[in-house]
Design a protein around this ligand. Structure first.
Ligand code: PMP
Length: 399
């Protein structure tokens, strides 16, 4: 056997899960990312998507992508830095900066790359990155590439954050980076407290709004808008793979910082730019979000209804306040079995086990789209509650 293959021939965790019939990953979906999808020729209800506004299937978004392909082709064949900037990239950046209330924005090809390139390039050896322990993996990866000292504070724990700020040198850059909405737990960063601490210790704030745009704030403008603290946040990062029904990411902030990132962030400079279709679909999705506020209203009605129903049934939904509703199981094998059973019952949810969460926090991640119907929701809640009961999760009550 070749060396590499020999080394990894003993890695068989996925194969064991497949043999047990509970392997949940890489399931091919053969339809659009809608409230119903087709898997293996069977229709299942989708409660595991990040398409919060239901725009990935919107006729205007699709038409925008088609027109962009007609006008600009399928690829930019290079990075933004050299041959890969289109006029529509620049227009989108202006729109994004206005959306989140910042001077300028720069788009990366994914949200992961936006965090990676931004966090890795801001700050030197004498500076600090202060990260919430539950931050997204892309923030962690960025911090691993950074020369700055990395200090992690306990999840949403302001005493812990302050204890870390206290040990930083006063004259250094201290960049606090947090998810606005935490991607697995669905809780919201305590931005007002973070802002107070940042002022006290002269720190800067970067907020990852991957799950906040289209969900929180005035017209879906994100976490800072939600708390009316736009001026106090230095950098807003977002992704296009969720509410904005596309692929890509951005960072917005003061023009001086964006100028630096444009010429130094390696995941931007050395990677091809967003495709024309991706750019055009984000732009169309933002326009729809701003002109059809009923989508966000509906998303919240569904969210509040679902959270209450799960809680009434005795399922622990943690500290979730958003359309991401964690249903805590706290047992990895049970999580995988529940996800499998639910798929057989026609419901797609995401099983979340380490490393995405600590092992004692494994959960079923249930997420909503503005386009779900209450009928679909009732059907899913009923099946989920019954399945939790069958698997003896907590004090689940079944009527
Ligand atoms: N940040 C957060 C909080 C995320 O949840 C994600 C995607 N799961 C990303 C960043 C990365 O975004 P993208 O999918 O655009 O790479």
């Amino acid at each position: 056997m070749k060396t590499l293959a020999a080394r990894y021939s003993t890695y068989d965790v996925p194969q064991k899960a497949m043999e047990a019939g509970i392997y949940p990953y890489f399931r091919p979906i053969s339809s659009e990312q809608d409230t119903e999808v087709f898997i293996n020729g069977k229709k299942v209800l989708m409660f595991g998507s990040n398409c919060y506004l239901g725009l990935a299937t919107h006729p205007k978004v699709k038409e925008a992508a088609r027109q962009a392909v007609e006008q600009y082709g399928t690829s930019c064949s290079g990075s933004r830095f050299l041959n890969g900037t289109l006029d529509i990239h620049v227009e989108l950046e202006e729109k994004l900066a206005r959306l989140v209330g910042k001077e300028e924005a720069i788009c990366y090809s994914t949200g992961f790359q936006a965090n990676l390139g931004t966090i890795a390039s801001l700050g030197g050896r004498e500076d600090y990155l202060l990260l919430d322990a539950q931050n997204h993996a892309s923030i962690i990866e960025g911090s691993r590439l950074s020369f700055s000292k990395v200090l992690k504070f306990a999840h949403n724990d302001m005493d812990s954050l302050e204890s870390k700020l206290k040990i930083c040198k006063p004259e250094s850059i201290k960049l606090i980076v947090v998810d606005g909405v935490f991607s697995m737990e669905g809780d919201i960063a305590k931005l007002p407290d973070i802002v107070s601490l940042a002022k006290k210790y002269n720190a800067s704030i970067m907020i990852d709004d991957a799950h906040s745009l289209g969900v929180l704030g005035k017209q879906g403008r994100g976490t800072a808008s939600h708390f009316n603290l736009t001026e106090d946040v230095d950098l807003v990062m977002g992704t296009f793979s969720k509410s904005f029904a596309s692929l890509g990411g951005f960072v917005a902030g003061d023009k001086e910082v964006i100028n630096f990132l444009k010429h130094n962030a390696r995941s931007l400079i050395f990677s091809a730019s967003m495709t024309p279709a991706s750019v055009a679909s984000v732009s169309a999705a933002i326009d729809i979000m701003l002109t059809e506020p009923e989508r966000i209203e509906n998303l919240w009605k569904l969210t509040n209804y679902a959270r209450k129903a799960f809680q009434d049934a005795g399922i622990n939904t943690g500290k979730s306040e958003t359309p991401i509703i964690p249903l805590y199981v706290r047992d990895n094998m049970k999580v995988l079995r529940i996800a499998r059973n639910l798929l057989d019952e026609g419901i797609f949810v995401n099983p979340v086990i380490p490393p995405a969460v600590p092992k004692e926090d494994s959960l079923i991640r249930f997420s909503l789209m503005a386009t779900h119907t209450f009928e679909q929701l009732d059907f899913a809640i009923d099946k989920i509650v019954k399945t939790f009961k069958t698997h003896e999760v907590f004090a689940v009550k079944v009527k």
